[in-house]
Design a protein. Sequence first.
Length: 123
Amino acid sequence: MTAATPWRHDGVTIACPVCGQPFVASGRRRYCGDACRAAAWRRRRSGPAAAAVPAGRSRRAVSVYECPSCDARFVAEQRCGDCGVFARRAGLGGACPHCDEPVTVAELVGDGVVADTSQRGRR
């Protein structure tokens, strides 16, 4: 027991665990009032807090598409500007920093390293 934080002495001010307001502790009292005691009980009985799920992001901005007619590649564009045909998704990727051509991650690291999950859950 230290002199700075005594275990329990009547007349010593402690902070309420719910609202943080200081109050004079007496006996086994842990909360400043009935409202905070009830709020603490509701928090304990409510169950685990729901995990915050971030909003989904579109993969279109980081996807490489390939035209089935002219084999032209595009980043973040699903329709070929020359043919007017919808392109198929080649995979995740972007523009090459050296030649500025669209390149997929699978082409950079090799086959079998990156699993393509673009069709998962679709029928």
